[in-house]
Design a binder for this molecule. Sequence first.
Ligand code: GUN
Length: 280
Amino acid sequence: MTARIIDGRIVAGTVRAAVAARVAALGFQPGLAVVLVGEDPASAVYVRNKDRAAAAAGIAAQTVRLPADVGEAALLAEVARLNADPSVDGILVQLPLPSGIDPQRVVAAIDPGKDVDGFHPLNVGALAAGQPGLVPCTPLGVMRLLEAVGVRIAGARAVVLGRSAIVGRPMAALLLAADATVTVAHSRTRDLPAECRRAEILVAAVGRPELVRGDWIAPGAVVIDVGINRGADKRLVGDVAFAEAAAVAGAITPVPGGVGPMTIACLLENTVTAAVRRRR
Ligand code: GUN
């Protein structure tokens, strides 16, 4: 079997077009504020891409740039200012933050109704309890990809590889909310290949280049690769050995061009969701 390749750029384009259509019908312009502390080059690229995508969808995006030595108190004051600004519907503080600033304290200071990353403890709790809230963008993007493939999630055996707060845990909660039977596997799991082989839907989010081999995958499974790693030869590779996996899977996301483009698309979706809820 050769797997169907799930093109995240195409699905992300569909999500972004739907967001732009929602924005056009709103009668007001939603606002997104992205806070960038310091000059980390990778973060600067992310932030620029977020700005551009927001503008293209009709969202008023602003980037708040603060020096690396800003200090936690000044950053918290900036978050408070954005919380109080009625033109700002979504706030995202780009991570990682410089050492000396506690990211948990900063995230907890964001108005949960403006927390378009879905990282605030109230939103984390809402997702865990199966209640409405704002959901982290990358796992939400994975759900959109699964919807686009048309895979039946209800009743399916889903395995999430990785238990991070940003991807693995919210991913498991979203799949459970969609009625999958969910296993979370991780670095201490006794027999990772065997657990993965049980999956009809496998989501890999461990940050280990090409950890998942072809013989870890059940024939016909849907494989979503969240990993973005630099291989030994500087090439971008996922957490899944793509060529081996594609020979076995029913459908698979490539790296790059799979989950990556979905994160920003879902950030825009969350911004519109937050804007609509705030005005209700
Ligand atoms: N840094 C890398 N990815 C993300 C993300 O999704 N949100 C934030 N806030 N920072 C990040």
